[in-house]
Design a protein around this ligand. Structure first.
Ligand code: PMP
Length: 376
């Protein structure tokens, strides 16, 4: 098997799996329970929260809510801030290439609650130019959401420059979806008011993620109930899941440069190898080496993906969240690609578990398929 779909989900590491079992066996009590076992679990949970914040070097300035993943984190950040701070202004900005867990809450706030949710155009490589953001900013903006690394193409935004522009407006917060960025690129974590991520993209477990936010920010909660997670997200908290999230974050932030040095040659070899094929590469060389997106010029991407899958090679067409619909990729459209190119792309995404041999094998099999399979 060759697994080239790590942007959709990574395999959990063995230490994470071991910790999940150990914690569930030894510390299964409800962390909110008043007895000694519960208090122990509650203390561990707080240790774990501090450890994640320390790993990002934001323990003095930021807090963290343990959630079910980046989707929930993006929803809490966007709806929670919008509802809390709507008396300051009702303008929200987001980039045209955001994940649906950002674009959909934005559109919902606009259609159901009268917010003005404005899409920021991206350049041909899929990035928001700082000057573009500057042109859209004004005193009514309360939230700007721009991702770190695009999940379909690996395009990288200059978060430091973008955050600086937002912070020229004291009433506006800067949120970034860092799901594909944590442990993969250098991120100015302390410059970002709120950031979201999922553990399963970091060799952690699914249904686990977090929103890290400046401690002064208050949200209108998404789930009301017992008041866990500072009242922002009620529901019994899983110590085991969050300890695993902590370990996955610590592992991913231990040596990102060394990880990148392992993955970059894979990206480069694939990029070079694809030059001889009837494809159009949509990613750029200086983007994240973990994601390479290309469109097929004469074949149907879904047919080639399925043929690769039959041979035990797993890639995706656009992102896992949109593969089951026939819509063109909004990210590629926003980059100015035509309808055909935007509807016919394949995403290869790596982890440090992949090897150069796998890339060579992938190129061989792809070459063969593009010769054998009928053009569309
Ligand atoms: N944002 C980005 C950039 C993603 O890649 C994903 C996962 N496809 C998400 C948000 C949502 O993550 P989850 O499904 O774990 O909530």
């Amino acid at each position: 098997m060759i697994y080239f779909d790590s942007a959709a989900s990574t395999s959990p590491s063995q230490d994470v799996l071991d910790l999940f079992v150990k914690s569930n066996v030894n510390q299964f009590a409800n962390p909110a329970a008043a007895h000694a076992l519960g208090r122990d679990a509650g203390r561990e949970l707080e240790e774990c929260r501090k450890a994640v914040l320390s790993a990002f070097h934001v323990d003095k300035t930021h807090s963290l809510a343990f959630l079910s993943g980046a989707t929930e984190a993006n929803n809490l950040a966007i709806k929670g801030v919008a509802f809390s701070y709507q008396n300051r202004g009702k303008k929200l900005l987001f980039s045209a290439s955001e994940h649906p867990s950002v674009t959909e809450p934005m559109r919902y706030l606009a259609s159901a609650f009268g917010f003005e949710a404005i899409e920021l155009p991206v350049d041909a490589l899929g990035r928001v130019e700082p000057d573009t953001l500057r042109a859209y900013m004004d005193k009514n903006v309360i939230l700007v959401s721009i991702m770190g690394v695009n999940n379909e193409t690996g395009a990288i935004n200059d978060l430091k420059a973008l955050a600086k522009i937002v912070h020229e407006y004291p009433k506006a917060y800067f949120h970034s979806d860092l799901t594909q960025a944590v442990g993969k690129i250098e991120v100015p974590y302390s410059d970002i008011d709120l950031f979201s991520f999922s553990a399963h993209k970091l060799h952690g477990l699914k249904e686990s993620g977090a929103l890290v936010y400046k401690s002064s920010i208050r949200f209108v909660p998404l789930a009301h109930g017992g008041g866990q997670e500072r009242g922002f997200r009620s529901g019994t908290v899983s110590l085991a899941l969050n300890q695993c999230l902590c370990l996955a974050v610590q592992n991913s932030l231990r040596n990102p440069k060394a990880d990148e040095a392992k993955v970059r040659p894979l990206f480069d070899a694939l990029y070079e190898g694809l030059q001889n094929e009837p494809v159009t590469i949509n990613s750029y060389r200086e983007g994240s080496p973990y994601v390479l997106n290309f469109s097929l010029n004469v074949h149907r991407a879904s047919v080639i993906m399925e043929a690769l899958s039959q041979k035990g090679i797993y890639v995706s067409t656009t992102s896992a969240c949109s593969t089951r619909s026939d819509h063109p990729s909004s990210t590629l459209l926003a980059m100015g690609k035509d309808m055909e190119t935007s509807s016919n792309s394949i995403r290869v995404s790596f982890s440090t578990d992949n090897t150069l041999e796998e890339v060579h094998r992938f190129l061989e099999v792809l070459h063969q398929l593009l010769k054998e399979v009928h053009p569309r």
